[in-house]
Design a binder for this molecule. Sequence first.
Ligand code: ADP
Ligand code: ADP
Length: 228
Amino acid sequence: MLKFENVSKVYNNGFQAVKSVNLEILKGEFVVLIGPSGSGKTTTMKMINRLAPHTSGTIFVDGKDIRSLNLVELRRNIGYVIQQAGLFPHYTIEKNIAVVPKLKGWNASKVKQRVHELLKLVGLDPEVYANRYPKQLSGGQQQRVGVARALAADPDIILMDEPFGALDPITREQLQAELIKLQRKLKKTIVFVTHDMDEALKLGDRIAIMKDGELLQFDTPEKLLHEP
Ligand code: ADP
Ligand code: ADP
């Protein structure tokens, strides 16, 4: 589903943030990228949707070199969730999620139906929340909306960059459990960034450990725990 071959990223200022990473992620797999701050996790995610294009090596999505795809094509297939949800503050929840379905040229009632279905999927009652604004929701609820929006185009791959990092421990555990259920149901390929090993062990089918731009290890939680 997702393959990195000797992938590196040198930023415009000359700094090399990612160093010759090789990685293969299977369809439907939940992969957690973990490592200290500055180890290149966010850069790795942003290379996949070309927010930070890689500078050497090759990235394949579904067997295709991402440089051969146009950005719209690529990003339609990749949902992206970030720490503070990144919702448009002046749009209602419904309008925030509807951005992508509208691009598909659906009529208003089909868009509304899809938005309501997505809200239910992430555990928010559309009758209560659809017409609210982001600041009228808690942090955890905003993250749910962020997940709903990322799912709107029905992408095969979802990138999640510390989506629960700003939440209180209880909300965080609740959303972790729900994400695992959602993943089993939808069978999306997920790449999830965290710097919390407990979270990584709980969520990951496999865990990729990064340090100083390099991929140090890529294995199942069982192997990481029992073969130091
Ligand atoms: P690119 O090489 O992708 O064009 P730029 O150097 O133009 O990147 O910077 C893109 C953005 O990243 C800018 O908003 C910049 O402020 C920010 N940025 C620059 N250096 C760093 C850094 N060391 N860490 C995090 N962000 C940075
Ligand atoms: P992490 O997500 O693991 O914290 P990042 O991928 O954000 O790491 O950053 C990796 C390294 O690249 C850091 O040293 C950071 O300062 C640097 N960096 C990030 N963005 C830019 C940028 N736009 N320009 C220059 N350096 C950057």
